[in-house]
Design a protein around this ligand. Structure first.
Ligand SMILES: Cc1ncc(COP(=O)(O)O)c(C=O)c1O
Length: 371
């Protein structure tokens, strides 16, 4: 399979429950009402942009989000808020996670005095499990991969009459994942406010790292609505060995990829893309790529050991996904047709999000120390 897909986007907004929720729900006031809410910083990395050969790189640092070290609290908290608004008697929330969403749900449930049961796939780092448990959740290691873990969570929720808050939609399960996506939009609204600090640059390219694709789809939704025809180009970045979205592009429909799911990018280690995210991604993405773990490691080191005046950013293996995708585009000779398709020049202004900090500190230290 080719490591990339050059898409010809239709630019059509899919009609349905998810896009109607994205259009009508405003999570921003809800997030602002949380006691530990603060916008996360947006930085410009001037030296890194010079070394990559692009005009500017802007990076939003989600390690500072709600004390959770990742962006996921935005989605889980809003979904829990919406569920409890309709049914305050829910006692237990449940989810499957590769780490960050589970911690976020456990935290969101505990702030409302509710229980959480969180299912994790095999090989989840002990620190990630401990972080979920530290928010008061019961953590169950299923010993299975991510997709099968989702299935187990789904069945357990039905059996026990728990409320499943998954960040991934499928046939018949769309509303709660849409609230999760609507929660993610707060981050993009913050970015629009933060442009002022940088004299309103025109952003030409946004790279999104993807697991099931819900986060990328919410970001795409934001930029399409905010900038319409003048929207930036979009790139989806997946791990080399977990490429549900790339496979779906190649097959022309949403599919479960055939791959070994061997990657250090745990948050992106998913199979079948979210049904509703895929519809948005398919219609607006310009390029989809898969990248080897080595790119993520190199970028983690570059952010941790910045040159000259760039700030130090602590970004985890999945956190660097978008920037690692940019590194691939700018340094891999095979990416030349992709750069042309995207119109990348030395003046291109790029936006990425570091979606997590060091969520597995032992792994993080091992990677960043190796200079
Ligand atoms: C740090 C991080 N970045 C990005 C993602 C991707 O989000 P999605 O699964 O919605 O594509 C995740 C998902 O868990 C994540 O944990």
């Amino acid at each position: 399979m080719l490591d990339y897909f050059l898409n010809q986007p239709t630019n059509i907004i899919p009609k349905g429950l998810t896009t109607s929720i994205l259009e009508n729900e405003d999570a921003f006031p809800f997030h602002k009402s949380l006691s530990n809410y603060k916008p996360t910083p947006l930085y410009r990395l001037t030296d890194l942009a010079n070394s990559y050969g692009v005009g500017s790189i802007f990076i939003k640092d989600e390690s500072h989000r709600l004390g959770l070290n990742a962006f996921k609290g935005l989605g889980a908290s809003f979904a829990v808020h919406k569920v409890l608004g309709k049914n305050p008697n829910v006692t237990t929330f449940c989810t499957a996670t590769d780490g960050n969403h589970g911690r976020a749900l456990a935290w969101a449930a505990s702030t409302k005095g509710k229980n959480a049961v969180v299912y994790v796939p095999k090989n989840t780092a002990k620190e990630r499990i401990d972080s979920i448990a530290s928010e008061g959740a019961t953590v169950v290691d299923t010993g299975e991969n991510y997709d099968d873990t989702c299935e187990i969570a789904k069945i357990s929720a039905i059996k026990n009459n728990w409320t499943l808050v998954q960040d991934c939609a499928w046939e018949g399960y769309e509303e709660i994942p849409a609230y999760v996506m609507a929660g993610y939009l707060t981050k993009f609204e913050e970015i629009e406010m933060q442009w002022k600090e940088f004299d309103y640059p025109k952003i030409n390219l946004v790279l999104f790292q993807a697991g099931v694709g819900s986060w990328a789809a919410s970001g795409i939704w934001h930029f399409v609505n905010q900038h319409r025809r003048d929207r930036p180009k979009f790139v989806i970045v997946e791990p080399y060995n977990a490429h549900g979205i790339l496979s779906s592009f190649h097959e022309g429909k949403r599919v479960r990829p055939e791959c070994n799911f061997d990657t250090i990018m745990a948050g992106l280690n998913c199979g079948l893309p979210s049904m509703t995210a895929w519809e948005i991604i398919r219609n607006f993405t310009d390029v989809c790529i898969r990248i080897k773990d080595e790119y993520a490691k190199e970028v983690m080191r570059e952010l941790y050991h910045p040159s000259n005046d760039d700030p130090r950013i602590i970004s985890g293996e999945s956190g660097v996904g978008g920037l690692a995708g940019l590194k691939y585009l700018m340094t891999n000779p095979q990416a030349e047709p992709l750069k042309q398709h995207l119109g990348i020049t030395a003046n291109t202004n790029v936006l990425v999000v570091s979606t997590e900090g060091a969520t597995d500190k032992e792994m993080f230290q091992k990677i960043v120390r190796k200079i």
